[in-house]
Ligand binder design. Sequence first.
Ligand code: CP
Ligand code: NVA
Length: 309
Amino acid sequence: KEKSGLKDFLHINDFDKTTILKILDRALEVKALLKSGERTFLPFKGKTMAMIFAKPSMRTRVSFETGFFLLGGHALYLGPDDIQMGKREETRDVARVLSCYNDIIMARVFAHQDILDLAKYATVPVINGLTDYNHPCQIMADALTIIEHIGQLEGTKVVYVGDGNNIVHSWLLLAAVVPFHFVCACPKGFEPDEKTVQKAQQAGISKIEITNDPKEAVRGADVVYSDVWASMGQKEEASYRRQVFQGFQVDEPLMKLAGPKAYFMHCLPAERGVEVTDGVLEAPNSIVFPQAENRMHAQNAIMLHVLGL
Ligand code: CP
Ligand code: NVA
């Protein structure tokens, strides 16, 4: 793939800072074009994308499908019952067959190894639409949203409050490439993957802190970020986690500690009244819907990049 100019998009730190910022710039450019009503930029004309979903989705599915269509292409939704990757058929077979029909494969899977296997055997670019380990497209959209609202990502303080999950891993991998201040405040025992934390710290690019004290963490934050306490695949732990995560809800008093300039962000879907209050989600400084919208614009630029367009 590399030789033919095609790339996978699996982890943010597979790319250098210049490339990441270039993709984000492109996202802004194509967003402005689409917002203007312009419908003659059709770089994906005659191209198709297979979208494999082993888990549910609203944003990822709709933003990829719509974005690819608006730029001239055709996307196919393959739900949990369709392909049953690794069950009905081996991942390496799925990768090679779908590569025969499609120009891109986008996949949302459980085990991270599945996306690595897909990418290894596919002869077309593979885009990671979330695994148990990471969610790079989300964090690209988040970075885009921060750039739009704050002016730049560099130097901002992003404080994530909650579970040290796939979202956190992508934040850490972004911090390994672009300089900003990232803090993850999580309950003891729910810290992000140690190796990923080390990788981000050893890159020496960003200030990175992992703490168990959300109140202290949010002071001076530019962004307070939250996600569900029980991710897809962990829903049977939901009630146990609700007990353990007491004190990690992003509520009005916590946002007050963060200060008046702090924006609230959440990748959505949100469980109102659990990890975040209704009031915080609906407050004027909550930018969760522009953030969700930017999934499409960030991904359009990612797709252009992996196709070398
Ligand atoms: N944020 C996000 O990935 O949403 P979906 O699960 O609805 O795709
Ligand atoms: N951490 C969440 C993110 C959903 C977009 C999950 O994996 O379910």
